[in-house]
Design a protein around this ligand. Sequence first.
Ligand code: AMP
Length: 215
Amino acid sequence: MKLILLGPPGAGKGTQAAQLVERFAIPQVSTGDMLRAAVREQTPMGLKAKEFMDKGALVTDEVVIGIVRERLQQSDCGPGFILDGFPRTVPQADALKATLSELGKNLDAVVSLQVETDALVERLVGRRSCRSCGRGFHVNFDPPAKAGICDSCGAELFQRDDDQEVTIRNRMEVYHQQTAPLEDYYRQAGLLKTVDGMAPIAEVQQQVLGILQAL
Ligand code: AMP
């Protein structure tokens, strides 16, 4: 299964991808996670990427295309993958097409999670993640038993630097200008499937599974 999860920041791409990973045992390829790892490791690419990420801007196409190309060639992506947060621009979508064709592969579907802007901002402002196991929480909708502590592993929870309201507004703007055109791009390619991302997490997952089963 070769799948793209498309949608604005906070639409639930990471949450849905994590559940699909468990069910189908194929990797989630999240450019945001890969970039944050590079920032943590303070690689030259990570230090450069951080300047864009802190502002809520997109990292250059060249950099993200490079990391995705490399990642998709790894053997665990052989049986399939779930792209989360990539592509985000038309040149990235074109580069993905070229890479997959070199690898002799085709996308199966592009699932677009539809969520209203106010709900996205509310989700992102309250989002917290575990520093150790990466589990996600929300201060109102899915709070941990003990504030600031992960229920699964007891490690500290943190808020992403780019989940501050001003940065979130920038990220939304960037999404509408640069990423939303990909809906038409993939509709024209006959790959786009839309899902109501306002529904509860389990219902969204059922909708996604329904789409995958129908393929
Ligand atoms: P995410 O975790 O997907 O919300 O990504 C966090 C940040 O990483 C974004 O706001 C961008 O600065 C950067 N980023 C992630 N994926 C991409 C991409 N495909 N193209 C450009 N920048 C990206």
